[in-house]
Design a protein around this ligand. Structure first.
Ligand code: PLP
Length: 368
């Protein structure tokens, strides 16, 4: 059996008419950048998240960077980020001239360890960027308390966590503002790069809207210097076509994760844990396994694709070598990076496919 890591084609085929019509509509109107389709999606996504403002942009990396800028965070400032994330989280901090301050992750849930944040706060600390990694909400109640105590901005990185919740409140509603990616493989994905920012803050909303479009709200009225980070009409129309399906797709991801849990119970793997009072939306189903390379190679031989998110924790990447981080500084991230393994998981994944994956994992882990 061949099991791909993700299968964007089967999702497309399940809504082919809606997508094809959405794309054809934009081409017919030649509304390629901005325009009604973009405004419509922004409204829909804001309302979906019960938040006042959604400001679209080109991708989920720009969105973090522009949010940081909108709070005037830059040279001389420090921003707290988790030791494991996709590089965008820390890259955006460096891009505005600030310094990313890494905090180790929680061993059980893989998100930033809130008990280790305060020891990293200095006079220069301006913000925390919690990442709801793999679809699991970070410990937002605790993070919010710390931020309030130290007067810090919270920018939530929701790139992997559309519709995740903690204490019955969606991620993206806990901080001052939030960043989303609609990269094709994300839980809500466009057919190219896309992203957005959300906030209830009118002023921040206006600033990031300017930043994303050359510092102008009206054409040729450049109030500040911004950039070109806009959403394409085609991407907006695709996202609008897909948004009504998100709830159903998320439920299917969660159901599939539960099925994997039942199939892999009692195996030698460490299975994902879900935080109390949390809705984990399983952007990724990440297990921990010894002899990871052997397991991956053997699964590959049986047609099963797996992946690693991420093979090197952020502090240990070559681009941060000047900071001289050691594994003793981030023991959990250092241990996890050698063992974490992402199994194929998407809404359309079938039960027989998951049974096949589980059968081969059980076999290979009992051998290795
Ligand atoms: C994907 C991702 C981003 C960046 O999104 P792009 O749209 O690819 O720029 C940021 N943070 C996290 C945690 C991500 O997974």
């Amino acid at each position: 059996m061949k099991i791909p890591f993700v299968d964007l084609k089967s999702q497309y085929l399940s809504i082919k008419n809606e997508i094809d019509e959405a794309i054809a509509g934009i081409i017919n109107e030649t509304a390629f950048i901005g325009g009604d389709a973009v405004k419509k999606f922004e409204k829909e996504f804001a309302s979906h998240n019960t938040i006042t403002h959604c400001i679209s942009c080109a991708n989920g990396t720009d969105s973090i960077e522009m949010l940081l800028k909108s709070y005037s965070i830059g040279i001389g400032d420090e921003v707290i980020v988790p030791a494991i994330s996709w590089i965008s989280t820390s890259e955006a901090v460096s891009a505005v001239g600030a310094k990313p301050i890494f905090v180790d992750i929680d061993e059980k849930y893989y998100t930033i360890d809130s008990s280790k944040i305060e020891e990293k706060i200095t006079k220069a600390t301006k913000a925390i960027i919690p990442v709801h990694l793999y679809g699991q909400p970070a410990d937002m109640p605790a993070i919010k308390k710390i931020a309030e105590k130290h007067n810090l901005i919270i920018i939530e990185d929701c790139a992997q966590s559309h519709d995740a919740e903690i204490d019955s409140k969606k991620v993206g509603l806990w901080g001052h503002s939030s960043s989303y990616s609609f990269y094709p493989g994300k839980n809500l994905g466009a057919y190219g790069d896309a992203g957005c920012m959300t906030t209830n803050d009118d002023k921040i909303s206006q600033t990031v809207r300017m930043l994303a479009n050359h510092g102008q709200l009206k054409k040729h009225d450049h109030v500040l210097e911004g950039r070109n980070s806009r959403l394409d009409g085609i991407q907006a129309a695709i996202l609008s076509a897909k948004l009504p399906h998100l709830t159903k797709w998320t439920a299917a991801r969660i159901k599939n994760a539960e099925y994997y849990n039942s199939l892999l119970k009692g195996s030698l793997l460490i299975l994902p844990s879900v935080r109390a009072n949390a809705k984990h939306v399983f952007h990724l189903y990440v297990v921990r396994v010894k002899n990871r390379q052997f397991v991956m190679d053997t699964l590959k031989k049986h047609g099963i694709d797996t992946a690693i998110h991420y093979p090197t924790a952020l502090p240990f990447l070559p681009c941060y070598s000047d900071y001289h981080h050691t594994s003793a500084d981030f023991p959990i991230a250092a241990a996890c990076q050698t063992e974490i393994l992402s199994l194929p998981l998407f809404a359309e994944l079938t039960k027989p496919a998951m049974e096949y994956v589980a059968e081969h994992i059980r076999k290979v882990t009992s051998q290795s």
